[in-house]
Design a protein around this ligand. Structure first.
Ligand code: EPU
Length: 421
């Protein structure tokens, strides 16, 4: 098993190119199941989760190519199989994204239930309830969601009880081939959902309300869609992670290929902490800060502060002058990094869904264990400023969502090496 060996403390400098967004690319790959043509997608991040979903598409009978230039071409014309099996779904919950498109295209499908998750229970009840409202008959049998809609799905009014990102994406895709108009209220407004809707719109599907909580999608009555070629939007969470890596190490770092407008909640908090950030249309430069101010963070749905940046800000808060509070509202168990940051010397107290972080703490290198994707990146950020050597184990979590992490950080001046146990 690979691990990262990081020697600190370091100051970073230079620029880093941000990759395409994993969480935008995943629904887009699933969307290729609705296509009449070969779908060409640029700026595709070469990370494990993407390869997992492409493998699932292949298992269903689709074909794909993935070029060295981060371009993927997917063809699903001759799909033979509509069963997403446990062996793949258990490794990545986002596999549930094939449920909506498969059901709307074929009128039946089976998708394994994903099972447990490190950061919280993460049920899929809202996806299933919405599909039932669209006329699907859904049964759970032997660990599988079995869905049928022999006459196609029927547009209706879905009101999500809770905002769900992949739930919204699933229903948008199901609605795209349905009969009639589907209205979605309380839809997710994340840029990743917006991009999915924009691609479908640019491909001829009539969608209104894009970027708002009220979406309306006019289905094609089962007619497959000619999907336009496009590039995946930059990964706002990867970008935010590098901003935190720069901030904690008092560095000047420039991000290239970034969308500053997708990061306003994150940059707002960095500015509250005293950092100065210069932006252009597609770059951001963060400058050092002589005294990091403590901050209050509450994770919420977009456009508020993202849960996927909570762990990285906790690492950063360990160096603030005073006490920060971080409240996690989306996932009930997304604090697994706390005990690992404590092993490095952080002063963090947990009380239910709120962590209190008192800084600045002198961190010192030791062995720590990656627990989930974003928690792992927080550990790497902290290790960069810890005195001595830190070994971050179980980095397969990082490989799921960060493209070339050690190379990118190494180019910025980090002393980081991937080794094998
Ligand atoms: N929820 C339900 N029922 C459902 C669906 C969701 O109760 O049917 C709850 C969840 O348990 C959670 C809340 O609703 O408490 C929000 O979950 P959501 O469905 O929005 O999360 P997701 O779609 O499963 C995506 C990202 C996550 C990110 C969350 C929140 C992808 C592939 N995943 O997950 O990203 O944390 O939205 O923004 O887009 C990551 O990249 O590390 C990651 C975990």
């Amino acid at each position: 098993m690979d691990y990262l060996e990081i020697t600190g403390p370091v100051t970073l400098h230079g620029s880093v190119k941000i990759s395409g967004a994993k969480n935008a690319a995943l629904p887009i790959i699933a969307m290729s199941l609705l296509a009449n043509n070969t779908v060409r997608i640029g700026n595709m991040p070469a990370v494990v989760d993407i390869k997992t979903l492409l493998k699932l598409i292949e298992n269903l009978g689709g074909t794909f190519s993935f070029s060295d230039e981060n371009t993927v071409e997917i063809n699903t014309c001759c799909l033979t199989n509509t069963k997403a099996t446990y062996d793949i779904v258990k490794t990545m919950r986002a596999s549930i994204l094939v449920l909506g498109p498969l059901l709307s295209r074929f009128g039946h499908c089976e998708v394994s239930l994903p099972g447990g998750c490190a950061i919280g229970q993460r049920p899929i009840d809202l996806h299933l309830k919405a599909l039932e409202q669209m006329g699907a008959k859904i049964t759970i049998h032997a660990g599988y969601v079995q869905a049928e809609a022999p006459n196609g799905l029927q547009g209706t009014h879905i009101i999500f009880d809770k905002i769900t990102v992949t739930g919204t994406a699933n229903i948008v895709m199901a609605a795209a081939l349905a009969n009639g108009i589907t209205r979605i209220s309380n839809a997710a407004r994340e840029p990743e959902v917006v991009q999915l809707c924009e691609i479908l719109r640019d491909s001829g599907v009539v969608i209104t309300g894009i970027g708002t909580a009220e979406l309306s999608i006019e289905g094609t009555k089962g007619k497959l869609i000619d999907i336009v070629a496009f590039d995946v939007i930059p990964d706002r969470i990867e970008a935010g992670t590098y901003l935190c890596a720069a901030g904690i190490s008092n560095s000047t770092v420039t991000l290239q290929n970034v969308r500053p407008d997708h990061l306003e909640a994150v940059t707002g908090k960095l500015e509250e902490m005293g950092f100065k950030i210069d932006t252009t249309e597609n770059t951001m430069t963060i400058h050092p800060n002589s005294s990091i101010k403590p901050v209050t963070i509450i994770t919420q749905e977009y456009p508020a502060f993202p849960t996927d940046m909570q762990a990285q800000f906790m690492a950063l808060a360990t160096q603030a002058d005073g006490t920060s509070t971080i409240e996690e509202r989306l996932f009930e168990n997304r604090f697994m990094h706390v005990s690992e940051l404590q092993r490095l010397g952080a002063d963090i107290k947990l009380n239910g869904h709120t962590a209190t972080v008192t800084g600045p703490s002198a961190l010192s290198g030791t062995d720590i264990m990656a627990t989930d994707l974003r928690a792992s990146s927080a550990m790497v950020i902290a290790a960069n400023i810890a005195e001595g050597v830190t070994q971050v184990h179980r980095i397969y979590h990082l490989d799921r969502g960060y493209e070339n992490l050690e190379k990118k950080l190494g180019n910025l001046g980090a002393k980081i090496e991937r080794l094998s146990e």
